[in-house]
Design a protein around this ligand. Structure first.
Ligand SMILES: NC(=O)c1ccc[n+]([C@@H]2O[C@H](COP(=O)([O-])OP(=O)(O)OC[C@H]3O[C@@H](n4cnc5c(N)ncnc54)[C@H](OP(=O)(O)O)[C@@H]3O)[C@@H](O)[C@H]2O)c1
Length: 216
């Protein structure tokens, strides 16, 4: 069975990925900060295992990596992120530091998987488009995430792992709001099609949910 770990699955895009992979019969591992009160995540039908993870908590990251110590993971999706309601330092920690820490801890498990794929959710707000680094907190944090991804991706690729960062579209979640132009199902479906078709030569790309390349 093909396995996937989805980080940040309590709601929004991460929950959408969980529902989609579970419906297709994947072995799904999904994280939430509140495993004791999983909400909609607890009601997803299929082979879904829920793990507790606050992405800034190093002990919890280590515990999660321990679960996969002797196992492979075909696909790792890091969706957890924050747009508002936290300080700039917290935003940097959640959006830029945590994805690197989480992926780093789970890298060996992905290496043991058959598919060896990683997808990290970034944002078009983090793009410089050849110009200035975005200054607002959210854009700056996603820009830093992109820089870190580009720096470390060759190390991951050398291990046979294909990794990309995604702009998921402007998606109707708590973060994107009701007037967003893309539904969770459309965004998740689009990214799943792109992930399915990823080749090693795609590793290191900044992609949109439609599969087109996004400018850094
Ligand atoms: N929606 C959009 O239009 C849009 C556009 C561009 C990029 N993105 C990116 O896509 C990703 C998913 O966004 P979304 O729209 O699904 O957002 P969302 O609906 O606000 O959901 C955010 C998810 O991240 C989790 N999370 C936040 N901080 C966390 C932390 N410190 N530790 C663990 N989990 C944490 C949340 O868990 P809790 O329930 O515990 O808070 C929730 O599951 C994010 O990285 C976002 O930046 C979204």
């Amino acid at each position: 069975m093909t396995s996937v770990l989805i980080v940040g699955a309590s709601r929004g895009i991460g929950l959408g990925f969980t529902q989609s992979f579970a419906a297709d019969g994947w072995e799904v591992h999904a994280t939430t900060r509140t495993p004791e009160n999983p909400g909609a995540l607890g009601g997803v039908a299929g082979d879904v295992t829920i793990h507790g993870l606050e992405v800034r908590n190093k002990n919890q990251i280590e515990s999660l990596a321990g679960v996969f110590e002797d196992r492979g993971l075909d696909l790792l999706i890091h969706s957890a992120g924050v747009l508002r309601g936290v300080s700039r330092d917290e935003m940097m920690a959640i959006n830029a530091d945590a994805p690197m820490a989480v992926v780093g801890a789970l890298l060996a498990a992905v290496e043991r998987g058959a598919e060896r794929k990683i997808a990290i959710l970034t944002s078009q707000m983090g793009a410089r488009h050849g110009g200035e680094t975005p200054s607002a907190d959210y854009g700056a944090s996603k820009c830093l995430l992109n820089d870190r991804f580009r720096e470390i991706e060759p190390e991951w690729a050398a291990k046979g792992i294909t990794s990309v960062v995604f702009h998921p579209g402007w998606v109707a979640t708590d973060m994107g709001g009701r007037s967003a132009s893309v539904s969770v199902n459309e965004s998740v479906g689009g990214m799943r099609r792109v992930i399915d078709g990823l080749e090693p030569s795609d590793s290191g790309k900044f992609l949109t949910w439609k599969g087109t390349e996004h400018a850094w």
